[in-house]
Design a protein around this ligand. Structure first.
Ligand code: ADP
Ligand code: MG
Length: 545
């Protein structure tokens, strides 16, 4: 097959146009992206070599940077997995990764604003065109014929068979006139030390003839002693791991030794991923076995309600050939998982206590997901419940601020239940007639407006020994609580009205009663003490039950 010219996918063309014309001030991020790809390619090879050790042979996996000042080129070379012809066409001609797609969706059309976004998203391979007016990729995968890919980023790329002795990929950047200083070795060194020090394989810089210097520590980030790692290092590693360019909110790094031996590094993001609401998607952390990357999103390592957590676990106890199936019901995995849950809850409690503003933001982003834990995680139900934030009738702000412990603390001696009302939204809740009697008697009512709340309260029947009771129910206790002496006086007076209403409504209601619930509204609907709540009924009906 000879040279074949192909068109980029339209989206890629738009992206490239932006790269080429951006006056992006952090040009150097391209190097981080390309080194990150080289490192991923080496991880993939290591993984394949578990089943076929001959692949690895005696090679040491590494990334090598070299420059040719005369030609004005910078080359990033790895001996990782490499790409076949089809891989090249698929990966370097379309937008495969979700992060880049998200970036495209965020574009405003304003060139200046959009180029700022490049840094916030990290746009992968195509960032090469921030500094290069031509990019050549030479790559070889396994026993397949080597491939040469080339493009000036203007809309087309070419692919052709080529010759390359050894496995792996070489990305050759033909630097633009205004980016020629990227052939300057100290400049490259500085960038690598700043952005790529956490990479777990050697990044080498070829200096003068034959002389090669390793620029980084080249040990897996999470294996390094905690006291040597700065916040900034953790943030850089977070970006590398997640492609999320908003800084992480918090992290927890643990090395566990003893009967179980593993390292965990867990992060709580600031921003929600686009698929947060898909309970099947985006869940779990990366799994490594003895430093070898095994899989992304190992769902068995975290329960679904902690699916916003990112990070990794490196286990010394699992076999290298562990599969998703093997993870299920595995004792080691179960132990690790329950420890990880504790660590995440520790982290959240710590933020809630020491950084209330950050916690409020966290709650706004992930609260409704965390709440699922009350339903899902019986063992930690009370801890999760303490972390929840609610609106209440005693609070008028837009942010939910009330915690269950605070509510219980404020309860008067004569109050023995936690009152709540579920509603579609806050303003409906606040104007509900059900609240009138409670307001008049200064009884606080939690206002629950998330879709999931109905399930939450059905699983959290009590907290610190106090029952949770819906104010929209005809419970005897509750009626007694808001009973007023006047009610008895009026019983006789309204007898006829009540009977007339009962006759009119017939079997559609269980009973028509005089109540002290209301101070302004003439009437309201109340669910029977043991009946399904009205909202629950409504939800089931909408779900087609
Ligand atoms: P991402 O790294 O998030 O997948 P990129 O745009 O950085 O997105 O890269 C796109 C794809 O191109 C990668 O997923 C990978 O399949 C392929 N690729 C890029 N660089 C290399 C490389 N050095 N070796 C092998 N494959 C590569
Ligand atoms: Mg990448």
């Amino acid at each position: 097959m000879s040279v074949e010219t192909r068109e980029f996918q339209t989206e890629v063309r738009d992206l490239l146009h932006l790269m080429i014309h951006s006056l992006y001030s952090n040009q150097e991020i391209f190097l981080r992206e390309l080194i990150s790809n080289a490192s991923d390619a080496c991880d993939k090879l290591r993984f394949e070599a578990i089943a076929r050790p001959e692949l690895l042979g005696s090679d040491e996996l590494a990334v090598e940077l070299s420059v040719d000042e005369a030609a004005g080129t910078l080359t990033i070379k790895d001996n990782g997995i490499g790409m076949s012809r089809q891989d090249v066409i698929d990966n370097l001609g379309t937008i495969a990764r979700s992060g880049t797609r998200k970036f495209m969706e965020s574009l405003s059309g304003d060139q200046k604003k959009d180029s700022q976004l490049i840094g916030q998203f990290g746009v992968g391979f195509y960032s090469a065109f921030i500094v290069a007016d031509k990019v050549t990729v030479l790559t070889k995968r396994g026993d397949e014929e080597a491939v040469r890919w080339e493009s000036d980023g203007q809309g087309q790329f070419s692919v052709e068979p080529s010759f390359k002795l050894d496995r792996g990929t070489e990305v050759i950047l033909h630097l633009r006139e205004d980016a020629k200083d990227f052939t300057h070795l100290p400049r490259i060194e500085g960038i690598v030390r700043r952005y790529s020090d956490h990479i777990g394989l050697p990044i080498r810089l070829r200096k003068k003839e034959g002389e090669v210097e390793t620029l980084n520590q080249a040990s897996a980030f999470w294996t390094r002693p905690k006291n040597e790692l700065k916040d900034e290092d953790y943030q850089h590693f977070y970006q590398h791991l997640t492609h999320d360019f908003a800084p992480a909110l918090a992290w927890a790094h643990h090395k566990v030794e003893g009967t179980l031996e593993y390292t965990s590094l867990l992060y709580i993001p600031t921003r929600a991923p686009f698929d947060l609401w898909d309970r099947e998607q985006s869940r779990g952390v990366q799994l490594y076995v003895k430093r070898v990357f095994i899989m992304d999103k190992a769902a068995e390592l975290l329960p679904a309600y902690l699916r916003f957590v990112r990070g990794l676990v490196d286990s010394a106890d699992l076999p290298l050939n562990v599969s998703r199936e093997l993870l299920q019901g595995n004792r080691t995995v179960e132990k690790i998982r329950s420890a990880l849950v504790k660590r995440v809850l520790d982290m959240l409690e710590d933020i809630a206590e020491k950084r209330p503003e950050d916690y409020a933001r966290f709650w706004q982003t992930f609260g409704a997901v965390l709440k699922e834990g009350i339903v899902e995680d019986q063992a930690n139900r009370e801890r999760v419940a303490r972390l929840c934030r609610f609106h209440s009738s005693a609070q008028s702000g837009e942010q939910p601020e009330v915690t269950l412990p605070k509510y219980v603390e404020r309860m008067g001696a004569e109050q023995n239940a936690i009152y709540y009302l579920t509603a579609d939204n806050l303003s409906t809740a606040r104007s509900s007639p059900h609240l009138e009697g409670f307001r008049a008697r200064n009884l606080e009512v939690l206002l629950l407006t998330d879709r999931i709340d109905e399930w939450v309260v059905s699983h959290l029947s009590e907290f610190e020994g106090k029952k949770l009771e819906s104010v929209a129910r005809a419970s005897k206790d509750l009626e007694a609580k808001i009973e007023t002496p006047e009610k008895a006086k009026h019983e006789g007076e309204y007898k006829e009205t009540l009977e007339r209403a009962q006759t009119l409504l017939g079997a559609r209601v269980e009973a028509v009663r005089l109540s002290s619930r209301l101070t302004e509204s003439p009437s309201c609907l109340v669910a029977g003490e043991y009946a399904m709540s009205r909202r629950f009924e409504e939800m089931l009906r909408r779900a087609g039950e």
